[in-house]
Ligand binder design. Structure first.
Ligand code: ATP
Ligand code: MG
Length: 435
């Protein structure tokens, strides 16, 4: 038979392999505890939405909608669909559809994949996970500060750092309109120094030029009018309120007047958390306030804010301290000699799991020696040997696999009556845990 060609995964979309899973699982467990500690509840929306949702929600003249969305026609019914490139639009769609804030504001969060057709490189993929947090129905700035404080706490819990915080205030629609007019005038005066992207955006979304990653534009961007000079008393008060709470909480930040964020719908507070440890893709989290969005997607006017964490970038930071979270193996690995001993082993494994321990029971064939090797590489603390002679005596042998101390329980292999094995292991594991 001709050998079949191997198939590869889609470019820019990664597999998480079992060896890398413990760190990701550790991260996800910390995240679940952390959001709960701030009273956030999970919301899960579909990965596919109607394309119109993102076009309306994110804005037509944005990187995402212009060139990064995986959009297609469902050939079975002709619907225009898009793989979600971010969470906020879908979350707001669900909130409006189910009238989520009818009885008061809501704190919600999600985790899962998003899709953007970008050039794959370090820290930039076409499918990547985000942790997304939204507070719907809160006018702030206390909730803006809550979001930033909870992120500061997460970095601390994860043990990553230093991560620096940049914040800015984008003002309200009318303030942005005046800023925008002056911005266009400024860039028109320097049109010869703009690149193609910037020239195309000059009249549709000049704010985005401030966000340009092209170093050739640095100077003309640096000379551009700053939104900070256009915001009125109320916006200022909001921004001051946020800064006061951050300072009082001991959270360091810098105000970056060039920080505008990629999406159209932001107003007032925007922020990013940036690390220097990851090269060019150093932003691990971005967010801000989007008061106009809910109305724009058909809901009643409702203030809201939120943020998204790039999971892959945080995991890369965590890898440096990975040993601490390498994830212990299983507690117990059971080996046997097939036939009746296999059945004994199977039942013994279940009864040890009844007692709350993690157990791998050897499946299939294999010599005792090769099984003991597997037991060792599994990371198990204890091996239980259910051999023919042991079973004949109504017992099993227990051996510690990684006891450095010869006095430790089961540093020497010992025979234990079968019914006692679960108890003996639970007790031994308790001793190991407190070491
Ligand atoms: P960038 O300026 O890097 O393109 P962005 O403004 O498009 O980022 P957001 O939409 O704010 O990113 O997404 C939130 C977070 O998701 C980012 O801060 C980043 O950590 C992560 N992220 C964004 N795009 C990618 C990607 N293509 N691959 C991996 N992570 C990403
Ligand atoms: Mg982007």
């Amino acid at each position: 038979m001709a050998t079949q060609r191997k198939l590869a995964g889609v470019r820019g979309m990664n597999d998480l392999l079992p060896a890398d899973a413990p760190l990701v699982e550790w991260f996800e467990a910390r995240v679940a505890d952390w959001v709960r500690s701030y009273g956030y509840r999970q919301i899960r929306t579909p990965i596919l939405e109607y394309t119109e949702l993102f076009v309306r929600g994110i804005g037509e003249v944005t990187d995402i909608v212009e060139k990064e969305m995986y959009s297609f026609e469902d050939r079975l019914n002709g619907e225009q669909l898009t793989l979600r490139p971010e969470f906020t639009a879908g979350t707001v769609r669900a909130a409006v559809e189910h009238n989520l804030v009818y009885d008061g504001p809501k704190r919600v969060w999600s985790i899962g994949p998003v899709f953007r057709h970008e050039r794959p490189q370090r820290g930039r993929f076409r499918q990547f996970d985000q942790v997304n947090v939204e507070a719907l129905g809160f006018a702030g700035p206390d909730v803006d500060a809550e979001h930033i404080a909870m992120l500061a706490r997460l970095w601390k819990t994860l043990g990553i750092g230093p991560v620096r915080l940049e914040i800015n205030c984008l003002g309200q629609a009318d303030e942005r309109a005046r800023h925008r007019a002056d911005l266009i005038a400024h860039f028109e005066r320097h049109a010869d120094r703009l690149d193609g992207d910037a020239r195309r955006r000059l009249h549709s979304n000049p704010l985005r030029i401030l966000d340009s990653k092209n170093p050739a534009l640095t100077e003309v961007v640096a000379g551009a009018p700053r939104i900070t000079d256009y915001i009125g008393v109320e916006s200022c008060a909001h921004f001051d309120g946020l800064q006061r709470l951050l300072s009082a909480s001991g959270i360091a930040f810098s105000v970056n007047p060039r920080l505008v964020r990629g999406l159209d719908y932001y107003n007032l507070t925007v922020f990013e958390w940036i690390t220097d440890a990851l090269g060019a893709q150093g932003t691990i989290c971005g967010g801000g306030r989007y008061d106009p969005l809910i109305e724009r997607l058909g809901g009643k006017p409702t203030p809201a804010c939120g943020y998204a964490i790039g999971v892959a970038r945080v995991i890369e930071l965590l890898r440096e301290t990975a040993n601490a979270h390498a994830g212990a193996g299983t507690d117990v690995y059971i080996v046997h000699q097939g036939g009746a001993t296999a059945e004994r082993a199977f039942l013994l494994a279940e009864s040890i799991r009844d007692r709350g321990l993690d157990v791998i029971c050897h499946a299939g064939e294999g010599s005792l020696k090769s099984q003991m090797k597997r037991a060792d590489t599994s990371g198990a603390e204890y091996a239980v040997i259910v051999g023919e002679s042991e079973v004949a005596a109504g017992a099993a042998a227990v051996k510690a696999l990684r006891a450095p101390d010869p006095e430790a329980p089961f540093a020497e292999q010992r025979i234990v009556p079968l019914p006692d094995v679960p108890d003996v292991l639970v007790e031994a594991m308790t001793v190991t845990d407190t070491d």
